[in-house]
Design a protein around this ligand. Structure first.
Ligand code: ADP
Ligand code: MG
Length: 283
């Protein structure tokens, strides 16, 4: 799993100073890091290899180096760039371009919701990134507002896609391990996870959920103790578009969300088709 030529115990700390924590996930912690030779700021994602061990025989998540190997193949203005990688016996240090504005989820919380014009700018950039990775037969598999980062505190729309921890190379429909986060997960991922496999179109479902949340500030599900669990609502296609939530939002925006949330992944719109949708070409 770990390429021997990468082993260098203290090389990361020789080159960088660790500063404040920026974020934390199940297998990793992300910190602000300053490159000693230049004073430049970066983010470093430190993956604890040992935390993967209990999952080794469950195809739950990728092997730790997969994330690095996939990210190294990606160069896109709306995807976080890898600057450097250090591997020790315990940790992988992925030095990343720093996104000073933090998670889009937090920005949206502050704003309540995004205007249709700002949503359009964000969504076009997101789909440009998704179209790029899909053309390389890479599926992200964990698209959500927490994994979309803002470049600066000043702009609400300058975004970069992050966290390739669940991503995979796919040809067509050959993924069969569960991935993704409950609210954003596509129906075929829940239904077919151990049988037929599913393909990169699960990313487009997540994009549909993202656009819904940007425009309305809420998820399309009913959260109530009397209602079915969310994954059952997804499997049954119970996606709600109440008129109160969509007041003032164009029919074209709703049409695009609905095309992203088509239940059958084979009929669902593709990333390239999203970018051609008439919503992007109206004033
Ligand atoms: P995990 O796989 O543990 O979810 P992520 O790659 O999503 O790890 O990183 C966790 C969090 O760390 C992100 O949600 C974000 O808040 C922060 N983060 C990650 N990468 C960067 C970055 N390049 N710049 C700024 N913050 C980052
Ligand atoms: Mg994440």
């Amino acid at each position: 799993v770990i390429p021997q030529d990468h082993i260098s115990d203290s090389a990361f700390f020789q080159n960088y100073d660790l500063k404040i924590a920026l974020g934390e996930g199940q297998f990793s912690k992300v910190f602000l890091a300053i490159e000693k030779s230049t004073g430049m700021n970066y983010a470093v994602k430190i993956i604890d290899i040992a935390k993967y061990l209990p999952f080794q025989f469950k195809p739950f998540r990728n092997q730790p180096m997969d994330e690095v190997n996939i990210m190294k193949k990606i160069t896109h203005e709306n995807i976080v760039r890898v600057k450097d990688v250090f591997v020790t016996e315990q940790n992988i240090y992925i030095v990343l371009e720093l996104c000073k504005g933090g998670e889009l989820s937090k920005r949206l919380q502050k704003r309540g919701k995004y205007s249709e014009s700002n949503s359009k700018i964000v969504f076009r950039k997101l789909l440009s990134a998704v179209s790029y990775i899909h053309a390389k037969n890479i599926a992200h598999r964990d698209l959500k507002l927490e994994n979309i980062l803002l470049v600066s505190l000043e702009s609400d729309t300058d975004i970069k896609l992050a966290d390739f921890g669940y991503s995979r190379f796919v040809l067509s429909g050959n993924m069969s391990t569960f991935a993704g986060t409950q609210n954003y997960v596509a129906p075929e991922v829940i239904l077919d996870s151990n049988r037929h496999g599913y393909s990169k179109s699960c990313d487009i479902w997540s994009c549909g959920i993202i656009l819904y949340v940007l425009l309305t500030g809420s998820f399309p599900f009913i959260y109530s103790p009397n209602e079915k669990p969310i994954n059952k609502q997804i499997r049954d296609g119970d996606i709600h578009f109440p008129s109160e939530k969509f007041q003032g939002i164009s029919d074209k925006a709703i049409d695009l969300i609905q095309k992203c949330l088509i239940m059958d992944p084979k009929l669902r719109i593709t990333a390239d088709e999203v970018l051609e949708h008439s919503w992007f070409f109206e004033n």
